[in-house]
Design a protein around this ligand. Structure first.
Ligand code: SF4
Length: 424
């Protein structure tokens, strides 16, 4: 395989057609990209999208693979990557910032060499995943919020800080209940598009975020609780009186053991559903995190932090965390994937590594670097949206010269098979 011969993003530049933004899990669509030295959006001032687009020129990149900092052919880079994985007794595939096809191919490659899979945002993803495993979840969609919510309670977050178009995407539909209230608990109230006609309000924390949620959940359930601030008492009453309350939280803002918070959110929502309608919405899963989790779950039956070991699958949300595996010396090779930009960057670990990444990640680091195309920029693809079950197609802005993650992963897997037995 040579990078120049890879048939990705076939067709002319797409800057003249509606575009879906791949830079956060809201996957906003229908935008008009304006070509120039750098693409810009005609119809959004989203700073996160602008930052993402600024990492790309108006045409294909001409980056080349490297091995130990030296430019090499694609063939040599794939062979070197296969050598690293073949020599590893326990490889780790991490970062995993890729699309559906990329993750599917990485799973097959992991199966070929017995790798453990974790995502760069694995800590945050595990909060919601563990709540799902332990108690089940009651999540809603952007469209459902738009059409039905008359009360939105943002717990410990102004979602627009990290997901700038959140309120625009959830803005009340024309036939939605009038007079939506948006309450920010322990966070500054947002302003701007999507909040016109909504009554916004801030409620202070009563202790920390966990304490506050515990008090709120107790009062919604009608249990006695000491020292409940009047504002929180009033919020509990409003949640019980709402026709459709939505609790918004952000997994990346929670500390360790955030799964306890996620579970309590679900308990609160379950209580409300005894007498009215309510649901939760978790902001998270960026850099392809939701996609990696969904694809791995449907292919293996287990979520991220799973090892595809020769004797079967093993899932361990604590032990299979990237940081812990590296700190414990429990893995002896790292394959890192970051196709949406130079972040998330690979950790500075002293072990053989393969990086499939945005061209800006090229450096003089030891190991193999293979520049890859970005879904939605240089190649087509699919990503899961923040609301779970919605898969959104991505159209490229131009036809790339770089291979996709799926093509590179398949190329490495072919060489592993060609080279015979893989030590495990
Ligand atoms: S909110 Fe997210 S998906 Fe929407 S334009 Fe901004 S970065 Fe892109």
């Amino acid at each position: 395989m040579t990078a120049a011969s890879v048939p990705v993003g076939a067709g002319p530049a797409r800057a003249d057609r509606p575009w879906t933004c791949p830079f956060c899990p809201l996957l906003c669509d229908g935008y008009t990209p304006l070509p120039g030295p750098r693409f810009a959006l005609a119809d959004s001032r989203c700073p996160r999208a602008a930052e993402g687009l600024a990492r790309f020129g108006d045409g294909p990149a001409h980056a080349v693979p490297t091995v130990d900092g030296r430019a090499v052919s694609s063939e040599a880079a794939l062979a070197a990557a296969a050598d690293i994985l073949a020599a590893s007794r326990q490889p780790l595939f991490a970062g995993l910032a890729t699309d559906v096809a990329g993750m599917r191919a990485l799973y097959r490659l992991a199966d070929a060499c017995g790798a453990i899979l974790d995502h760069a945002r694995g800590d945050a993803l595990m909060h919601s995943t563990r709540a799902l495993q332990d108690r089940g979840v009651f999540y809603t969609t952007l469209a459902e919020i738009r059409n039905r919510a008359d009360l939105v309670v943002c717990l410990g977050t102004n979602p627009a800080e990290h997901y700038p178009e959140f309120f625009r995407r959830c803005a009340p539909a024309e036939d939605a209940p009038a007079g939506r209230q948006v309450v920010f608990v322990g966070a500054a109230a947002a302003t701007g598009e999507g909040l016109e006609g909504c009554a916004t309000e801030e409620v202070a924390l009563a202790g920390d975020l966990f304490d506050t949620l515990a008090l709120l959940a107790a009062r919604v359930a009608g249990r006695a609780a000491r020292a409940v601030p009047p504002e929180l008492e009033a919020l509990a009453a409003r949640m019980l009186a709402a026709r459709y309350a939505v609790v918004v939280w952000e997994s990346g803002r929670l500390p360790a053991h955030g799964a306890l918070f996620a579970e309590l959110v679900q308990r609160l929502v379950n209580t409300l559903n005894r007498s009215t309608r309510a649901a939760a919405f978790c902001c998270g899963g960026g850099d392809g995190g939701y996609t990696a989790n969904q694809v791995l779950t449907w292919l293996s039956g287990l979520p991220l932090r799973t090892g595809v070991h020769p004797r079967g699958l093993a899932h361990d949300p604590e032990r299979y965390a990237t940081e812990r595996l590296l700190a414990d010396g429990a893995v002896d090779a790292l394959l890192w994937v970051s196709s949406f930009g130079p972040e998330p960057a690979p950790p500075a670990a002293q072990l053989p590594r393969v990086v499939l990444g945005h061209p800006d990640l090229a450096g003089t680091e030891a190991g193999v670097f293979i520049p890859v195309s970005t879904p939605g920029i240089g190649s087509a693809g699919h990503l899961f949206r923040a609301d779970g079950g919605v898969v959104v197609p991505l159209a490229p802005l131009y036809a790339d010269t770089l291979p996709t993650v799926a093509e590179v992963a398949n190329g490495i897997a072919q060489r592993l098979r060609r080279d015979g037995e893989v030590p495990r």
